[in-house]
Design a protein around this ligand. Structure first.
Ligand code: SF4
Length: 252
């Protein structure tokens, strides 16, 4: 059954699904990607999907490095995932921080929470705290992996499993593209994967603390991210290709 874009977040409370075929496809894809690219990296937001990918990489002992963007505005619950992963797997994502000077310049020019004032100032904050650190974290890589899913948002409806990241000149994999929320939680229960405690408090998608709220009945599962903005424009620059696909669809 196809998961609706507009959905009720049931997350941890959903019944198990049969993920046999999807799990086989996921493991095959990651094994092949690790063989194809000598330097391939997983960008982990420390949310449920990325922890699933972290578990596969660890279980299959794949040569895929993992990093997380520590923006300086994350929730304590999100940061608590790092030692939880360390405790279970004996390793955790490398934390990548924004450049202190750039953060200071933004805060002194606009104020710490200026992202509420305009889309431009929000994107400028994401540039400093997320996009520049991501680009730095991917320097020298041939490919990278994300935990994005099609069912997460209007901007992700056409998300392919493999795409060209033209901005960064590398290949980008979205191996969970066709996984449902229920599939993710089935995997998490089966393999006892550590998860962010906020998922149990109505947060299906978790970003920086001041830019994320829980979702309510019937909302898009990324509705809690930058909830004051147009839902078809809500990407932070990490996944610019999603907006390009939406723009192309709107123009036909
Ligand atoms: S999500 Fe919010 S706090 Fe985090 S980098 Fe973007 S605008 Fe800044």
């Amino acid at each position: 059954m196809t998961e609706s874009i507009v959905t009720v977040f049931r997350g941890p409370h959903q019944p198990d699904t049969d993920i046999t075929a999807k799990l086989h496809a996921l493991e095959t894809l990651l094994v092949q990607a690790a063989a194809e690219f000598a330097d391939i990296r997983l960008a982990s937001s420390l949310a449920a999907e990325d922890n699933v990918l972290f578990d596969v990489v660890a279980r299959l002992k794949l040569n895929i490095s993992v990093f997380s963007l520590e923006t300086g505005r994350l929730n304590a619950e999100t940061l608590a995932v790092v030692p939880a992963l360390q405790a279970k797997y004996g390793k955790a994502p490398t934390l990548v921080h924004p450049q202190a000077q750039a953060v200071e310049a933004y805060v002194s020019s606009h104020g710490q929470d200026a992202f509420y004032d305009s889309v431009e100032l929000r994107k400028a904050c994401c540039d400093v705290r997320k996009v520049e650190p991501l680009n730095r974290a991917l320097l020298g890589a041939q490919a990278w992996i994300t935990g994005q899913r099609r069912a997460q948002a209007a901007t992700r409806k056409e998300l392919p499993v493999r795409e060209a990241d033209e901005t960064r000149g590398m290949v980008k994999f979205n191996p969970l593209s066709d996984w449902s929320e229920a599939d993710i939680w089935t995997y998490i229960r089966r393999f006892a994967v550590p998860v962010n405690a906020l998922h149990f408090e109505g947060y299906p998608s978790i970003g920086c603390q001041p830019c994320t709220r829980p979702v309510t009945l019937g909302e898009d599962i990324r509705a809690g991210r930058w909830w004051w903005e147009d839902p078809t424009l809500k990407e932070c620059g990490l996944h610019a290709g999603n907006l390009n696909r939406i723009t192309a669809l709107k123009s036909v």
